[in-house]
Write a protein that binds this ligand. Structure first.
Ligand code: SF4
Length: 335
């Protein structure tokens, strides 16, 4: 059986607002095995980034509420129970994150070399590395992300680099230490399409070559298909469907997943896709039953009152929708 690296159990996260607690993540379960690449897919505002930031505990504790039944277990260690010193060690050694915006992820007042060598110097992987060793490791990291003239780049400031170059530097800084898990939070949102493809291919090659685990956060099922082994579809702060990546295209079960697939533009034509009508829910007062019910074309009266349970469709394929509660899909004709 595959060894679990990360196990999120029954995790809820609420932001404290002046209107009350916004329950942006609601009782989610998610796991990543060692060496596995998973995708977390959903539209903006559905809780993906909040979940990932909670793994690293980078959201100020004063502004969030995490009920005690929620657990984040990384390599057998309970992340939510780490003290400050243990948390720093965990961040230095366990998980790297590439953020959405390469424009703001790098510190503008330090050179690329200073930023990379600081990561190396203060990590726990190299014992008292000399300045020369730090520089060599940093230059090799820049080479590994196909940046030309890395020695010159070491002395450059972020503003002197293009968006694509900055994102490559961010990937280099995330992969320069042999951490087991890489979280890539929509790493290509701010880049143009030609660069997006290069960055995705680079990420896949590096993660596979270095045998890391990956959580890829994306809006796009097409990107996920290229990069990941398994997928979680998230809507309104809940995981609504999970399965192997091919299953999501062969047998999409949840109405939201089906809507997402219909949003993918087709080369065969047919004009612009209609999209999914409506908006993500108000998290302070989310719908009582299924959170997707105000937007779901298949909603029945029961959906407004009752929360769907997770139903097994096939090994490894689970969906949370009341229409599957009896084990048979009423949506089969739409797949
Ligand atoms: Fe739609 Fe009801 Fe299924 Fe929710 S439970 S996705 S509202 S059919």
């Amino acid at each position: 059986m595959a060894e679990r690296l990360l196990d999120i159990q029954n995790l809820s996260i609420g932001y404290k607002t002046y209107r009350g607690v916004a329950k942006v993540v609601n009782k989610i379960n998610l796991h990543v095995n060692k060496g596995e690449k998973i995708g977390l897919v959903g539209e903006s505002g559905c809780g993906k980034t909040t979940t990932m930031k909670t793994i690293l505990r980078t959201i100020l504790p004063d502004i969030v509420e995490i009920p005690p039944e929620g657990k984040i277990i990384f390599n057998g260690q309970s992340v939510l129970k780490l003290n400050q010193r243990e948390l720093y060690t965990f961040r230095r050694t366990g998980v790297s994150m590439i953020s959405q915006s390469p424009m703001s992820a790098l510190n503008p007042v330090f050179t690329i070399g200073q930023q990379l060598t600081d990561i190396i110097k203060y990590s726990e992987f190299y014992k008292n590395p000399t300045k020369k060793e730090c520089n060599e490791i940093a230059i090799n990291a820049l080479k590994s992300v196909m940046l030309s003239d890395p020695k010159r780049l070491m002395n450059s400031y972020p503003y002197q680099l293009s968006g694509g170059m900055r994102q490559r530097v961010c990937i280099a800084s995330a992969l320069v230490m042999p951490k087991e898990l890489l979280i890539a939070d929509e790493p290509c949102t701010a880049l143009d399409v030609t660069i997006q493809d290069q960055i995705h291919s680079l990420l896949r090659e590096l993660v596979e070559e270095k045998k890391r685990s990956l959580i890829m956060i994306t809006h796009s099922l097409g990107v996920a298909r290229d990069l990941v082994d398994r997928i979680y579809i998230m809507y309104g702060g809940e995981i609504v469907e999970t399965c192997e990546i091919d299953d999501i295209f062969d047998n999409p079960c949840h109405p939201y997943t089906q809507g997402l697939l219909k949003c993918v533009p087709r080369l065969s034509g047919g004009g612009l896709t209609p999209g999914i009508y409506g908006y993500v829910p108000d998290y302070v007062k989310p719908p009582k039953g299924c959170r997707f019910s105000p937007r779901c074309p298949y909603a029945i009266e029961q959906c407004k009152k009752e929360k769907p349970n997770e139903i097994k469709i096939s090994p490894g394929h689970f969906v949370s929708c009341l229409l599957y509660q009896n084990g048979t899909s009423k949506l089969k004709g739409d797949n």
